[in-house]
Design a protein around this ligand. Structure first.
Ligand SMILES: NC(=O)c1ccc[n+]([C@@H]2O[C@H](COP(=O)([O-])OP(=O)(O)OC[C@H]3O[C@@H](n4cnc5c(N)ncnc54)[C@H](O)[C@@H]3O)[C@@H](O)[C@H]2O)c1
Length: 303
């Protein structure tokens, strides 16, 4: 065992499978006592079972670590609170809260139902809020703690997962708000946009050019939870890990501005905007157009 997280108590949601499981195992291996939360659901959020969280606790204990299972649904306020209360009841404090739980319900926007929208937003975005809310109240009093949200490269937009993309964009804004609001209490907040082989990535409609394993992502999370990252004052950041690649995302900011001498009218904007403020090309849209061109060339090679 290493000692990157010696003495720390870390709660991980969605810790029964995939990336969350790897994070929980890595935290325990680095000396943390771990709350393993997982509702034990199918990829679309159905058929819960407590076996999934219990199995990871068994693995941690078998490896000589300390862990406790919470099989609650973190999309409820009570579920998020129970994750944090369990850390306090069992171990007396909470140093890290890592929100990994997620589900997918894929559909084109024009066909998407409320039953496809609501649970995806509830699991990802509200499920990060419920745990951040309960954990930050304790961390504020402790004067220390680390919050980690899980986003996705899909926060830039998605052809057929508008619900997932909207939730992942929301998580970035929630993380940045936590970083700003908790800064003076010594609490940091960061987001991770992973790319790793799991049952979820097997369902992504696009080819993933850069991909790694859940253990790659777990190493970054352990670092972000550690005193080494806290000493570097890392907060409000979004990091991608995809196998050997690690990357930081830009902070959103105004790109170009222009000022009018007189009040704006639609006519004045129509004359002014295209040549001055213009647009910022959308990388994913450019990639879609590239794919459409390649597909057209493939079907008409001599065109
Ligand atoms: N795998 C990737 O390449 C990838 C890419 C981008 C983002 N992500 C994000 O990383 C996170 C982990 O993804 P994964 O690939 O390991 O998925 P996964 O499906 O393997 O694991 C997700 C876990 O979350 C649990 N869960 C679902 N709803 C829950 C709820 N309401 N309460 C508690 N637990 C719940 C599930 O039971 C499951 O064990 C997700 O937030 C996902 O959106 C993953």
């Amino acid at each position: 065992m290493g000692n990157f997280l010696a003495g720390k108590v870390v709660a991980v949601t969605g810790a029964g499978r995939g990336i969350g499981r790897a994070v929980a195992l890595a935290c325990a291996a680095e000396g943390a006592r771990v709350v393993v939360n997982d509702y034990g659901v199918s990829i679309d959020g159905a058929e819960p079972t407590s076996d999934i969280a219990a199995a990871v606790v068994k693995e941690i204990v078998a490896a000589g670590g300390e862990a406790v299972a919470v099989a609650d649904d973190i999309s409820t306020m009570a579920g998020g609170q129970r994750v944090v209360d369990t850390a306090l009841a069992q171990y007396g404090r909470i140093d890290g809260a890592v929100c990994v739980a997620g589900i997918l319900r894929e559909r084109m926007l024009f066909n998407m139902s409320e039953e496809e929208w609501d649970p995806v937003l509830a699991t990802h975005l509200k499920g990060t809020f419920t745990v951040f809310r309960a954990a930050s109240a304790v961390m504020r009093k402790q004067g220390a703690g680390t919050l980690i949200g899980f986003t996705s490269g899909n926060h830039q937009g998605s052809v057929s997962q508008a619900n997932y993309s909207a939730a992942k964009g929301g998580i970035i804004s929630l993380v940045r708000s936590a970083a700003l609001g908790l800064h003076k209490y010594g609490v940091t907040a960061n987001a991770v946009a992973p790319v790793a082989r799991t049952r979820m990535s097997a369902n992504v409609p696009m080819e993933l050019k850069e991909i790694g394993d859940p253990e790659d992502v777990a190493a970054l999370v352990v670092y972000l939870l550690s005193d080494r990252a806290r000493a570097e004052k890392i907060t409000g950041q979004v990091y991608t890990v995809a196998g050997p690649k690690i990357a930081v995302w830009a902070q959103p900011r105004e790109l170009r501005a222009a000022y009018a001498a007189e009040p704006w009218t639609p006519e004045r904007i129509a004359e002014f905007l295209p040549g001055t403020v213009g647009t910022d090309p959308m990388p994913l849209l450019e990639r879609l157009e590239e794919m459409a061109r390649a597909a057209a060339t493939d079907s008409h090679p001599n065109a």
